[in-house]
Write a protein that binds this ligand. Sequence first.
Ligand code: GTP
Length: 358
Amino acid sequence: VTIDAILLVGGEGTRLRPLTLTTPKPMLPVAGVPLVAHQLARARDAGIDHVVLATSYKAELFEAAFGDGSAMGLELEYVTEVEPLGTGGGIRNVLDRLRAAPEDPVAVFNGDVLSAHDLSEQIRVHVAGGAAVTLHLSEVSDPRAYGCVPTDPTGRVTDFLEKTPDPVTNRINAGCYVFRRAVIDSIPAGRPVSVERETFPALLAEGALLLGFLDAGYWLDLGTPEAFVQGSRDMVRGVIGSSALTGEPGDSLVLDGASVAPDAAVVGGSCVGVGARVGPGAVVDGSVLFAGAFVDAGATVRDSAVGRDAVVGTDALVEGAVLGDGAHLGSGNELLRGARLWPSAVIADRSLRFSPGP
Ligand code: GTP
């Protein structure tokens, strides 16, 4: 049997700016491979063979990267929203591409999550329970930024509390759903709809059966720069696996055509992108260097993302910060604590510090 999946990849990824000004969040490199490639591999490994990508923001980049999907052993289709329709609207908008019969399951993924949960088991639980929708739930230490999803002892969802300051449970909506196809038919067409704010609360109010599928596997929402860098680091180290990776987990991943000076240190799960360079005596720790990035001699980059072709000058310090594509941080500067340098911005040598300096 063919199992359909929908991958939601149309968001602007505002929290990840400036990286997402040039690259949509689902296309950001995680251990050197676009985040979506990991999700597609996971879907394929769970027996899914047909995936519709619901695109909007920078839509053309997805088809350019993945084509018809045959290289991954999948059949891929792309549907682009002229005006972004939100998560529910994006799902409804691809209805005519689904092959599932009305009672069949359709898997739906947010395109910004790194997850090792057991999707095959989630589909099985959904079908066995006869649910309208089965939601993957993950337990997190701070649920306030997520949809909080309490369930009764049978797994039935009893409430859906989007981003509440006072969560009643630490089980949250992990952004992977199995829908009965007929439920997708019932989402209103042609206007923006949020599944989190509209569809799920309405289904609950109607008395529909929503099941929670709790899974303790690795789960991370890569919505912020810190989380994005952590996700890449975890995958380089093998904390989460992916069949989209080649090679073995380790302390660092240096991609083809990259160069690292013999006395430089690339550690802590760092990934050095295609054609990127790390100069003599530099330290790159727990960070992501995009393709063509350059970390010059004596510089230190920790827990940070350095965008495509961006430059970290000699002896500069970058910690917990982001350089957009083509940004240039001159020699001897410091960029710390959540600072974000916009694409192509230039900081002159020795002109920005977070400390008195020498
Ligand atoms: P932020 O702006 O930082 O909140 O990120 P985002 O735009 O990606 O929003 P959010 O993280 O809430 O989105 C969850 C998932 O739904 C992501 O994979 C988005 O790509 C996707 N998504 C969000 N809005 C839309 C939309 O209007 N259309 C489609 N097709 N996908 C969307």
